[in-house]
Write a protein that binds this ligand. Structure first.
Ligand SMILES: [Zn+2]
Ligand SMILES: [Zn+2]
Length: 331
């Protein structure tokens, strides 16, 4: 499914075409894709809030098997089950890369953004940017772990949350429904803010101690909060219920609309912090996948066929996907 031009998703801009099977370079592997998760970032790429290199095959939560290897690729064997995440490559030489912050590298390449991704039967990636998938998960369950899960894990780490603290999740989609499971494993009390009645029910089923609307007041202040929503209004709502010295993490790459002006005394003073999250490092995925297996995370997935990609993204935009949407490739 290829994206040729920037359009609103309602115009169904993804088109099914035939492309030659890609050939892996020396250090690359060719993956026969089994499933690919559908992420909110794809909406940003399709609708032009993130500049993808067009034409592009989207998709950065890829699960499949190694089908062919480049002459110098040796980390995996043929038929190994592997995953690919949002980080497709980074330079490896700059200050950020050397400090382990390859997510901030100015040459960072996003899977399905600067290089073809997983809305396809085949994809290639450097073997250094592929991960073994734990046995416990099916191909569909594993897909959302690669972005929704791994970046959610990064969000949690950056929030600075500690055992016994309170955590607020604003928006309860693919990432939040995984983050809540990690937070509980770490002994945190979780409060969920979402307009969707179905999402509140899922949150409670997954152990949220409270679930309400985005402007409601929970019975305890939040030590940390993560904002997964694509709208600016969430920022003042979250800051209002944040404890003194608390930190709000903004998990999305782009907001659809501006953040309203913030009343300093009411919303920011008392040492409150706001931090954004950019991309993902390999270490995030390498740490998160075994942790997800150990907890174990139970991803809630809704499976669709590859050719239904436009439809899934429309449902996602409308907030009508429960858990994570996953595309299954034809054989
Ligand atoms: Zn993503
Ligand atoms: Zn770099």
């Amino acid at each position: 499914m290829i994206l040729n031009e920037i359009l609103p998703i309602e115009k169904e801009p993804l088109k099914m075409i035939d492309l030659p099977i890609p050939v892996p370079g020396r250090k690359e592997i060719l993956i026969k894709v089994s499933t690919c998760g559908v992420c909110h970032t794809e909406l940003d790429e399709i609708e032009g809030r993130i500049q993808a290199k067009l034409p592009i095959v989207l998709g950065h939560e890829i699960v499949g098997r190694v089908e062919r290897m480049g002459s110098e690729a040796k980390r995996f064997n043929l038929e190994d089950r592997v995953g690919v995440a949002w980080i497709h490559s980074a330079c490896g030489k700059c200050r950020f890369c050397k400090e382990g912050n390859e997510n901030l590298c100015s040459e960072f390449q996003g899977t399905g953004c600067h290089a073809h991704g997983g809305y396809a039967q085949y994809t290639v990636v450097s073997e250094d940017f592929a991960y073994s998938i734990p046995e416990r998960f099916s191909d569909s369950e594993a897909a959302p772990l690669l972005c929704a899960g791994a970046i959610g894990y990064r969000d949690l780490k950056l929030s600075g949350i500690r055992k016994g603290q309170t955590l607020g999740l604003f928006g309860f989609g693919a990432s939040a429904h995984i983050v809540i499971q990690v937070a509980q494993y770490w002994g945190c009390e979780v409060f969920v803010f979402t307009r969707s009645e179905e999402h509140r029910e899922l949150a409670k089923r997954l152990g949220a101690s409270w679930a309400g609307g985005p402007e409601e007041e929970p019975r305890r202040k939040l030590n940390c909060a993560i904002d997964f929503t694509p709208v600016g209004e969430t920022v003042p709502n979250a800051l209002r219920v944040l404890e003194k010295g608390g930190r709000l993490v903004l998990a999305v790459i782009r907001k659809r609309n501006a953040i309203p002006s913030l009343d300093y005394a009411q919303l920011l003073w008392d040492e409150k912090e706001i931090k954004s999250v950019a991309n993902i490092t390999r270490k995030d995925a390498q740490e998160f996948l075994p942790l997800a297996s150990q907890i174990p995370i139970i991803p809630e997935v809704q499976e669709f066929k590859l050719e239904e990609a436009n439809k899934v993204l429309i449902l996602l935009k409308q907030g009508r996907i429960q858990g994570a949407g996953v595309l299954r490739m034809p054989d």
